[in-house]
Write a protein that binds this ligand. Structure first.
Ligand SMILES: Nc1ncnc2c1ncn2[C@@H]1O[C@H](COP(=O)(O)OP(=O)(O)OP(=O)(O)O)[C@@H](O)[C@H]1O
Length: 364
């Protein structure tokens, strides 16, 4: 959907001193005090140092987020050829969010989800979920992480449930595997939780049915109950409605919403399903292994008390300050390799580079 701009990017720069000085030039006065000239006037080096220190003391990237991906890279090597599935992806997901990841085939969505699920390890960058560092955790922590922190729902209904167990037995299984000791009482509690989860997701009537006796939608809703069994912080779902018709898909999505609203579980769904992508508050688009844009929706009430959902699309700015301009914008202005930038008090102007044309500030 988008093209990259200006030496392919619009770069704010991450080096703190450079950021603070804004690419300024420095001079040393007769008194030996160094000053720096930038667009906003002359600042002393001491002032710049104070700014840099203030930045350092600010909250760390992703400090409050449940999921943090910081310049995440995943390179696969197949037959001697390297594929960069993730190319420095940044993403923050807050606790209790219900959000969707979208993107063209091959953009890196499943790779990201597998990393977040603890099934795959990134090549570089940083990623953490609920305080677990996904790059450095040892085998024991990885096991605990996959058992207690994340639940997973796959697209293929057959992959989510064991065919020879009933829906209730499927939900009980992860609780048993969690290995918490306990006698008859624990057994009764596990059974009660399975019943409660299946009821909550609207498939209580499938309690004693095996997957073969359930529809695809019922199986996916039971799969969500399985994913919730050990009360994870987050559920990850890869195309959970991909094999279903739209009406059934809506029912399955409603179950994710129920889990999110009733239990406060954070839900991240990879989807090509527009109905799902449009039903969540936040939809993040991945392109070429990076987050490219996102749509945020909120409810507005007009003067008659009528509620409507308003969607706003944002371009994402990564940690290095890169931003991808939508391709229809770059096409419309024939922007190819570089742009002129103009910093205004409340926005940044982006101008096509047309040699011979007046500079932006001279155009009005
Ligand atoms: N195990 C692997 N070995 C080699 N290349 C891989 C592997 N897994 C993924 N890739 C490659 O990484 C890139 C991203 O793949 P990924 O499956 O994450 O994309 P996706 O966005 O989920 O696509 P789709 O929507 O089709 O599922 C693709 O080019 C893919 O071919």
């Amino acid at each position: 959907m988008s093209g990259e701009v200006g030496e392919d990017t619009v770069r704010q720069g991450t080096d703190e001193a450079a950021a603070a000085s804004g690419g300024a030039s420095g001079t040393t006065g007769a008194d030996g005090a160094t000053s720096v000239r930038d667009g906003g006037g002359v600042r002393s080096l001491a002032e710049l140092e104070r700014e840099v220190t203030a930045r350092r003391r600010g909250p760390a990237y992703g400090e409050d987020a449940l999921i943090t991906c910081d310049r995440l890279v995943r390179i696969f090597t197949a037959d001697g050829v390297e594929v960069q599935a993730l190319q420095g992806l940044d993403l923050l997901v807050g606790k209790g969010e219900l959000m969707a990841l979208v993107g063209a085939s091959g953009s890196g969505k499943s790779t990201l989800l597998n990393i977040l699920a603890g099934l795959d390890v990134p090549t570089a960058g940083a990623a953490s979920v609920g305080g677990y560092d996904l790059l450095t955790m040892d085998a024991g922590s990885r096991l605990r992480y996959r058992r207690d922190v994340v639940g997973f729902v796959w697209q293929q209904t057959a992959r989510n449930l064991l065919p020879y167990l009933t829906a209730a037995q499927n939900v009980i299984l992860p609780m048993q595997l969690a290995g918490r000791r306990g006698g008859f009482r624990a057994k009764r509690q596990r059974a009660a939780r399975a019943t409660e989860l299946l009821d909550m997701l609207g498939v209580g009537y499938c309690h004693d049915r095996s997957p073969g006796q359930m529809s695809g939608g019922e199986q996916q809703r039971a799969a969500i109950a399985v994913a919730l069994a050990n009360n994870p912080s987050v559920i990850l779902a890869d195309e959970p409605t991909g094999e279903l018709d739209s009406a059934t898909g809506e029912q399955v999505f409603a179950s994710f919403r129920t889990a999110n609203e009733e239990l406060g579980t954070t839900v991240v769904v990879v989807t090509h399903d527009h109905a799902v992508a449009n039903a969540v508050r936040r939809t993040v688009a991945i392109r070429d292994g990076r987050t490219a844009s996102e749509v945020v929706r909120h409810t507005e009430v007009d003067e008659h008390g009528q509620e409507s959902v308003v969607a706003r699309e944002y371009a994402t700015v990564d940690r290095a300050g890169r931003l991808q301009l939508p391709r229809d914008y770059t096409d419309a202005l024939d922007i190819r390799t570089r742009v002129l930038l103009e910093l205004e008090s409340d926005h940044i102007g982006v101008w096509p580079d047309r040699p011979g044309e007046a500079k932006p500030e001279q155009r009005d």
